[in-house]
Design a protein around this ligand. Structure first.
Ligand code: GRF
Length: 194
């Protein structure tokens, strides 16, 4: 008998290209996860319309309504995730730092994608920093989320060459292709094992 598919929420803040790659992968019959929800902290995130056009349920929890109270925002997120019976969370360009409380709720069940070969280049502006450092190889990482930013056990990585003449934009585009390849693979692996 086929295992029931894991119910995944993808959390976004922007364009949602990684979200779209997860939605596309999850359309396959044999894929062990379904995208049950796309949740944005920004009402104007372009990814919301993209998800809706694919028939995916969307929700918004606008962080600006909670002021400085991060936990109140996260409790609202948690209520939505609970209401949709979510098993796994995928952060995909979700631009909020998460408290230990929220991270603890999803220990071993929350993934993030980061546009660098962690532990190199945590944080923002990874492509600029990789070029400035003169590395020959850059890439992308999918990892479990732990309470320290851009840390936590690594699930998948892809290396990408830095080419002569690269700008942050050309490098970002090459890394993004790798992101779109490894995130669905990493989610498959985790959904099959939890
Ligand atoms: C990606 O580069 C991802 O690695 C980073 O934020 C970007 C989000 O892009 N965390 P998109 O919204 O998935 O297109």
């Amino acid at each position: 008998m086929a295992m029931p598919k894991k119910r995944v929420a993808v959390l976004i803040s922007g364009r949602g290209s990684n979200m779209a790659s997860l939605i596309a992968a999850a359309k396959n019959d044999g894929y062990p996860a379904e995208i049950a929800l796309v949740l944005s902290n920004r009402p104007d995130a372009a990814g919301l319309a993209r998800a809706q056009s694919q028939g995916i349920t969307t929700a918004v929890v606008d962080h600006t309504r909670y002021g400085k109270d991060r936990e109140a925002f996260e409790r609202a997120l948690q209520d939505v995730l609970t209401a949709h019976c979510i098993d796994l969370v995928c952060l995909a360009g979700f631009m909020r730092l998460l408290t230990p409380w929220f991270v603890g709720q999803w220990q071993g069940r929350m993934l993030n994608i980061h546009p660098a070969l962690l532990p190199e280049f945590k944080g923002l502006h990874t492509h600029e920093r990789a070029l400035a450092a003169g590395v020959k190889t850059h890439g992308a990482t999918v990892h479990f989320v732990s309470s320290e930013m851009d840390s936590g056990p690594i699930v998948a990585q892809a290396e990408v060459p830095v080419l002569p003449g690269d700008t942050p934009e050309t490098l970002a585009a090459r890394v993004l292709e790798a992101e779109h390849r490894i995130y669905p693979q990493a989610l498959r692996q985790v959904a099959e094992t939890i």
